[in-house]
Design a protein around this ligand. Structure first.
Ligand SMILES: [Zn+2]
Length: 334
């Protein structure tokens, strides 16, 4: 037998053994007809090189089309969740089969809201300042859009993972967009005394906030709950940062609430007394979650959350008083 043939036979033997333990047919494994996730490292056939894909998902809310986009992701260490020990968080992640060696995967989801007249983007992603990110421009391109075709960007708060994309590369990347940010966040993140007193891990957010104020002449510091355009309004979700806001999209009896960092994967909405390291005012964030989660469950509100698994669409369900996240369905095509 020639050498390649021998290798192939060895490979098939290994596959057969593996298939037995997985309850799968060796033929299925060999032809690659099983999902990649079920392949284990060490099988003789090398998995195909991963291709970069551009995830997109859409929902219709009345006259609006809302498209979930993603700038990328970062894995957050289990120790970043005050209120629980790293061990407790890791156990919870394991129980949900989402524990990774590097922690819990946080997506960076953005949402494009279109009504045929205006294109409004909610958040701009970290744009390479954190984790594996910087893919929002590609995601927009997959929709046939350039950043200069966006009419407005609503930034839910001035953490780097939500506003970095506005000014990545030291320029105004959305030159034709009105930029809406809550006034309390603009005040906080441009305050030199707050910057000097802040921990190191917030320095990038302070630096990028200063860039946004310098480079985006159409920045509007907004106050309170107001309408941006008919059917798109701001919700006050203060706590995570002083001016942490959500966006409610509503038309023809349908609605979607983009709640930004009200929910983090693995720990929410099961508990409200778990925070995240970057959180500004933990007591206020906890109080906001304690109010919001049961109300969202009662209303069956369709929610979009930045860091939940793509596309970040779901609902808070109450089952005998216990809350859990239920992913919502979405459309390939409207
Ligand atoms: Zn965030």
């Amino acid at each position: 037998m020639d050498r390649p043939g021998r290798l192939k036979e060895l490979a098939m033997t290994a596959l057969s053994r593996r298939a037995l333990t997985l309850g799968l047919s060796a033929a299925a494994l060999a032809t690659g007809t099983v999902p990649r996730a079920t392949r284990a490292a060490g099988t003789a056939s090398a998995p195909p090189a991963a291709r970069a894909v551009t995830p997109l998902a859409q929902v219709s809310i009345g006259r609006f089309t809302v498209t979930a986009l993603s700038d990328g992701y970062a894995d957050m260490p289990f120790s970043y969740f005050p209120g629980r020990t790293a061990e407790q968080v890791e156990q919870a992640a394991k129980a949900q089969f989402t524990a990774r060696p590097s922690g819990i995967r946080f997506l960076f989801n953005q949402y494009l809201v279109e009504d045929g007249e205006r294109r409004i983007l909610i958040d701009a992603g970290p744009a390479g300042s954190l984790g594996q990110s910087g893919r929002l421009p590609q995601a927009l391109a997959a929709l046939g859009l350039r950043r200069d075709q966006i009419d407005a960007v609503i930034v839910t708060h001035m953490h780097q993972d939500h506003l970095g994309g506005l000014v990545a590369g030291g320029q105004n990347n959305f030159p034709n967009a009105e930029v809406y940010i809550d006034r309390r966040d603009v005040a906080h993140w441009t305050d030199p005394a707050k910057r000097a007193a802040a921990p190191d891990y917030l320095e990038t957010s302070f630096r990028l906030s200063a860039e946004v104020v310098r480079l985006c002449p159409r920045l509007q510091a907004i106050d309170g709950e107001r309408q941006i355009t008919r059917g798109v309004s701001i919700l006050d979700l203060t706590g995570h940062t002083p001016g942490h806001i959500g966006v409610r999209i509503e038309d023809a009896g349908q609605s979607l609430v983009m709640v930004s960092d009200m929910l983090f994967p693995v720990v929410h909405p099961q508990a409200t007394d778990v925070a995240f390291l970057f959180e500004q005012d933990r007591a206020a964030a906890q109080a906001m979650r304690a109010r919001f989660f049961p109300r969202a469950a009662e209303e069956g509100a369709l929610i979009a959350a930045t860091h939940m698994p793509f596309p970040g669409l779901g609902r808070v369900l109450s089952e005998g008083g216990r809350l859990r996240w239920a992913p919502a369905d979405w459309a390939f095509q409207n």
